[in-house]
Design a protein. Structure first.
Length: 577
């Protein structure tokens, strides 16, 4: 399926990749990663927190030995050439140690990937084997003091030399692994204008690290400025083409965002385990707090949201794998990743916000113990906050979701404009009769169809109302993004629950039903706000009547469903799927 096509096309449940379809090989690499994190990375946290980067370097080397940096890399460069689902599985399980996960991600996603996608054969041969083995530590230098979200506004300069080489001058900010990396992907402007990517070795001379930033969280990960002073970069170390640095930056972020979403969902799953265990053993008023409805509500909601997150993450990985299977070289792999940039932004935004929600409730369930350092809940909360800021802030990613779809619609892709027009006609016509479908999750299927129509209604009206000025309407775009995120999440949860079988199938259905019931409320609020910003008077009234008709979702007893989910998590002492 093409990226974004889920908005107008139906998907058969058995065509979607879900965690239930993980193979033995996937499970084996999940176990390898988990063992590494619990037995090696997590115990090293006190040293990492003290900025002992020798220990971090040792852990990078261990990941190399275990093959964890080589998942996406062809065998000729020392990698394992496995699918993107494997790569997701590794990211998800790395999340148990957030600080080291940042170090890992900066190497695996932000240094290995640009070389894979845009490196020449000689560059790949020179650098990839050493990055894959963990001999070299990598870092990605895009941000500067004056240019974070506006990354293309970078001031770092690359001056061309007569022999074709370059001299780089400038200062990069907030660079993960900045304090001890050996190899940097640096973005600089050739002749002060042409935004370009370079491969820079610390050994070239002129590269220095600033002091470690005092951060809210991720204390065990290095974040520094990287200062480039007259750094001589050979012509061979140009990455991609002069003036095409944006292609490198944005394609790398596409995949980085998707994997970050995976890490966040992995973190949410672990936190549910902490909450469930704590709620089972903590007694108040003579009984475990897990027996209180207010706590069951929290646990049930944490599970439902995480279930939806897991569902869209794996669904996206499956779609990327299907598409990337034919990609013979870096350029076609980059094009395949770009195809799913909307889904990658959804993964980033919804993954990080689900994690923040879960970690906030994790603290609440721990009460005073959640606020002190004796328990890991407060650390998780601080560590996770940055996920909404880096790899493109959630505001920027929200704008990208409908913005990218609008660009595709204008190009005639996906038939979005025709679908939106047909929907408007339908909404202005007589109400359609209910189908009387009583198949499993029939009400939820109907709801998801209604969510899609709501998204199309808001999106279509926004394109019609603002035309080429749509980008200026950030509030409406943000409402549209919120609706689209809920559409993709709801449908992914629904399809996974429909395909589920075995003892947990009915719990999966419960989780999907809770999520979809919640989403209906959120979508209605967002759609009403967006419509009221775009229309007035009779048109608005007609639209709101259409919206009410569309979103007339039968109420369900979500309280009982959440209780079932919560009780199961408490009985198992962890996330249930
Ligand atoms: C721990 C940590 C590690 C990091 N690691 C790296 C790294 O390895 N490499 C690297 O290059 N960078 C890294 N960064 C930098 C990070 O990517 C940036 O902080 C991020 O892109 C945001 O940029 P900014 O901080 O300049 O915020 P700003 O861009 O100034 O944004 C401030 C606020 O304004 C909003 N905003 C900005 N522009 C718009 C707009 N057009 N429309 C609407 N809202 C807008 C933002 O969403 C945000 O809410 C890291 C940052 C941190 C904190």
């Amino acid at each position: 399926m093409k990226g974004g096509a889920w908005l107008i096309e139906s998907t058969a449940a058995d065509c979607v990749f879900t965690p239930d379809k993980l193979t033995e090989e996937h499970r084996l690499i999940a176990k390898t990663t988990e063992d590494f994190v619990t037995q090696e990375a997590a115990p090293a946290l006190p040293q990492l927190d003290q900025h002992d980067w020798k220990v971090a370097r040792g852990l990078v080397k261990r990941c190399g030995e275990l093959g964890l940096f080589g998942v996406d890399v062809p065998e000729e460069y020392g990698g394992l050439a496995l699918d993107k689902v494997t790569s997701l599985v590794v990211s998800e399980h790395m999340s148990k140690s957030a600080s080291f996960a940042a170090t890992f991600g900066s190497q695996a996603n932000l240094t290995v990937l640009p070389l894979m996608l845009f490196g020449t054969p000689a560059q790949k041969e020179k650098y990839l084997p050493k990055l894959v083995s963990g001999e070299l530590v990598g870092a990605y230098c895009l941000s500067e003091t004056g240019s974070g979200s506006d990354a293309l506004g970078a001031k770092t300069k690359a001056t061309r030399q007569a022999d074709g080489s370059f001299v780089l001058n400038g200062e990069k900010m907030w660079i993960t692994n900045g304090g001890f990396a050996d190899l940097f992907i640096v973005f600089a402007k050739v002749d002060g204008e042409l935004f370009t990517a370079f491969i820079v070795e610390r050994a070239f001379g002129g590269v220095t690290s600033g002091k470690e930033e005092h951060k809210m969280g991720l204390h065990g990960s290095s974040t520094t400025a990287v200062i480039l002073q007259d750094v001589k970069v050979p012509a061979d170390n140009l990455l991609g083409e002069i003036g095409k640095g944006h292609k490198v930056a944005f394609n790398v972020l596409n995949f980085g965002r998707f994997k970050l979403g995976g890490m966040c969902i992995g973190g949410a799953r672990d936190a549910i385990g902490e909450s469930a265990k704590y709620a089972a053993q903590r007694k108040q008023f003579g009984q475990p707090i897990a027996s209180f409805g207010a706590i069951k509500h929290k646990l049930g909601e944490m599970i439902a949201r995480t279930y939806a997150g897991e569902s869209f993450i794996y669904r996206t990985a499956g779609m990327i794998d299907e598409r990337i299977g034919d990609a013979k070289d870096g350029a076609s792999a980059a094009a395949a990743l770009e195809e799913y940039s909307v889904e990658a932004s959804i993964a980033k935004v919804a993954g990080s916000e689900t994690l923040n929600y879960v970690l906030d409730e994790n603290i609440q369930i721990h009460g005073g113990n959640g606020y002190v350092r004796d328990y890991p809940a407060e650390r998780h909360y601080r560590d996770a906050r940055v996920n909404r800021i880096f790899e493109g802030t959630n505001e920027i990613n929200r704008l990208l979701i409908p913005g990218t779809l609008a660009r595709r619609a204008v190009k005639g892709d996906l038939g979005l404009i025709a679908a939106a027009k047909a929907l408007q006609d339908e909404l202005l016509g007589p109400p359609s009769m209910s189908s009387g479908d009583d198949s499993p999750l029939a009400e939820e299927r109907r709801a998801v169809e209604a969510f899609k129509k709501t998204a199309l209604m808001v999106f279509g009206l926004a394109m019609q109302t603002y035309g080429t000025k749509l980008a200026d309407q950030q509030e409406v775009l943000t409402f549209a993004a919120d609706i689209l995120i809920d559409v993709y999440s709801s449908e992914s949860a629904l399809l996974r629950a429909l395909a589920a079988h075995g003892p947990k199938a009915s719990l999966q259905a419960d989780a999907a039903r809770v999520f979809i019931s919640d989403a209906a409320g959120r979508i209605e609020i967002a759609a009403r706000q967006a419509l009221a910003a775009m229309t007035t008077g009779d048109t608005l009234r007609t639209m709101l009547a259409g919206l009410r008709r569309l979103l007339k979702v039968s109420p369900i007893d979500a309280v009982t469903l959440r209780r079932r989910l919560a009780d199961e998590a408490v009985a198992r002492g962890g996330y249930i799927f």
